[in-house]
Design a protein. Structure first.
Length: 251
């Protein structure tokens, strides 16, 4: 069966977005990768956070083959995925003031660590406060967001600011407001979101740059291997033992 017209249009849209991000965000991706490498080489810890579907790109760099073993998920109960019932509760929790501070205060994140915050709109209280509180604690913050929301929507945080306003490095995903790439006759709502594809690619590009930076400094990047290849478990065991004080997804 040949590819449908709409399926092909989605691939075209996603590829165009990836190419645009590659061309326009290369400097920021390098800066984010260097920040990650600086944190690792200085003995700091790495954390990633995202709410709702933005959490997918955060989870994609935690405990995975080919990824940095030191990247930990900073989980906020009820907003990490759609497993919470009802699913709409996750969206509501993103708008609750004070939740980010409570999570950070009870987490192992501290001064000298780095936190990647992923939020497509960057307008809700949770990602904004997460960035503000993290920087107040002395963490470096990398924000992955669509900057278009800052000009085309209103902020929901009392400060009147967006995630992008509280980051050391901002990575713009270039996703249009509404996160739906296609429209078609007979279909009332726009459809085919591409934010997960693009944001996950951005995250992996940052990790790749960080690995290269570390190697260039003479530091072996603490990478994980697939457990489905011979020797993978043994390799990962050695990495996790060496860096056990900076890995929290095993505790």
């Amino acid at each position: 069966m040949s590819e449908s017209k709409l399926a092909g249009q989605f691939f075209d849209a996603a590829i165009a977005l990836l190419q645009r991000v590659r061309e326009e965000e290369s400097g920021n991706i390098a800066a984010a990768g260097s920040l990650i490498a600086d944190t690792v080489s200085a003995g700091g810890r790495l954390f990633a956070f995202g709410a709702g579907h933005s959490s997918l790109a955060a989870q994609d760099v935690v405990y995975r083959a080919g990824g940095l073993a030191l990247m930990n998920l900073l989980a906020v109960p009820g907003v990490v995925g759609i497993d919470v019932m009802p699913a709409t509760l996750g969206s509501a929790l993103e708008r609750v003031d004070g939740l980010a501070g409570a999570v950070l205060d009870s987490s192992p994140a501290t001064e000298g660590d780095a936190l990647v915050i992923i939020s497509l709109s960057g307008r809700n209280a949770l990602p904004v406060e997460m960035a503000m509180n993290a920087r107040a604690l002395g963490l470096k913050v990398i924000g992955v967001t669509s900057v278009a929301y800052a000009t085309e929507t209103k902020p929901r945080h009392v400060s009147g600011t967006f995630l992008k306003d509280h980051c050391d490095v901002v990575l713009d995903s270039k996703i249009a407001v509404g996160d739906a790439e296609l429209t078609a006759d007979g279909i009332e709502a726009p459809f085919a979101p591409a934010s997960t594809v693009v944001t996950s690619a951005v995250m992996q590009a940052v990790m790749a740059h960080a690995a290269g930076e570390l190697a260039g400094r003479g530091i072996e990047p603490p990478l994980l291997r697939s457990g489905n290849v011979d020797g993978g478990h043994e390799w990962n065991g050695r990495v996790m033992t060496e860096y056990r004080d900076r890995i929290f997804f095993r505790h």
